[in-house]
Design a protein around this ligand. Structure first.
Ligand code: F6P
Length: 343
């Protein structure tokens, strides 16, 4: 049996830990051959592979990024893309593909599996918005980086009596903002799921001032939008999955707060790709390993068209059909808890 592995979409800390786990069990326990696909679906269209064995995957548990590379290539936006993938799989005698990715990548895996590609999905995204799994790997690492940023911003905001806005990733959901904001003691958390009102934000800042707290920390997910408004985009144009490049809500807020609140000085920090780079935290490493092992076990059992998931503390799997076209938005009960600490 020959198993190919690919990673698609934005990278997330833990991809290499998944690859290592798949390869280790595939070779050691099942006596399979493993091969890596370069840059996600692009490599499968173009037929670009790299050898993967125990030696090439050793020592990469803590390594960030993806040794395979990744891309946001959507085969369905390329002339003959899906057919070329199926031809490559046949030509290379690949029996199964382990697909590490978020909603876009798993959406493609689902469509291709309907066309006959034997695939198994592994849920990956720092945004934690993939349906069907309690957590995706990469999320806890992003949260801990954002939390550390908040701890650091706290002391400088307090010393200078400023309002500091930390913009974090989270295109459609505010998981990182909510978790980091809760853990880092943010005074206001703005998420895409609940459009914000700048007047209300100023209200919280002034409430703190009345309590003698003349500084505030605001965490805003990049996809947070003002009531009645739209997301703030960094540049025009969309990728092959129709996503705009978001960014700028922090600066928008900073300016609006200075306009609307009396005598407030703001500063803005955009955390950006620092949240995605570098080593995964221990939780993400363990989750990535468990996902990788479960994925190769699914391949061994011939259970294709499924994605491994974490439910409570149990790793199981669900049909890819149940993942696509859905999004896991934040737990509003948790947001309600966070609100207790606003202002
Ligand atoms: O999908 C994960 C994510 O990190 C989003 O939060 C963010 O909007 C996007 O990727 C940015 O990705 P890139 O800059 O790589 O296009």
């Amino acid at each position: 049996m020959k198993v190919a592995i690919l990673s698609g979409g934005g990278d997330a800390p833990g991809i290499n830990a998944v690859i290592r786990a798949v390869v280790r069990k595939a070779i050691q326990e099942y006596d399979y051959e493993t091969v890596g696909v370069r840059d996600g679906w692009r490599g499968l269209i173009e037929g670009e592979f790299i050898p993967l064995d125990l030696k090439t995957t050793s020592g990469m548990l803590p390594r960030g990024g993806s040794i395979l590379g990744t891309s946001r290539t959507n085969p369905f936006k390329h002339e003959g893309g899906p057919q070329r993938i199926l031809q490559q799989v046949e030509k290379q005698a690949i029996d199964a593909v382990v697909v590490i990715g978020g909603d876009d990548t798993q959406g493609v895996a689902y469509k291709l599996s309907e066309m006959g590609l034997p695939s198994v999905g592994v849920p990956k995204t720092i945004d934690n918005d993939l349906a069907g799994t309690d957590y995706t790997f990469g999320f806890h690492t992003a949260v801990s980086i954002a939390c550390e940023a908040l701890d650091r911003l706290h002391t400088t905001a307090e010393a200078h009596h400023r309002v500091i806005i930390l913009e974090v990733m989270g295109r459609k959901t505010g998981w990182i903002a909510l978790w980091a904001g809760l853990a880092g003691g943010a005074d206001i958390i703005l998420i895409p799921e609940i459009p914000f009102d700048v007047g209300e934000v100023c209200g919280y800042i002034e409430q703190r001032q009345r309590r003698g707290r003349n500084f505030s920390l605001v965490v805003a997910a990049e996809g947070a939008k003002p009531k009645g408004g739209t997301e703030i985009v960094y540049s025009t144009g969309v990728d092959e999955f129709g996503h705009a490049k978001l960014g700028g809500v922090g600066y928008y807020l900073g300016k609006e707060i200075e306009k609307k609140c009396q005598n407030i000085e703001t500063r803005v920090v955009v955390l950006g790709h620092l949240q995605r780079g570098g080593s995964p935290v221990a939780f993400d490493r363990v989750l990535a390993i468990r996902f990788g092992i479960a994925a190769i076990d699914l391949v061994h059992e011939g259970k294709f068209g499924r994605m491994v998931v974490l439910k409570g503390n149990v790793i199981t799997s669900i049909p890819l059909k149940e993942v696509v076209g859905r999004r896991k938005t934040v737990n509003l009960k948790l947001y309600k808890i966070a609100r207790v600490f606003f202002g």
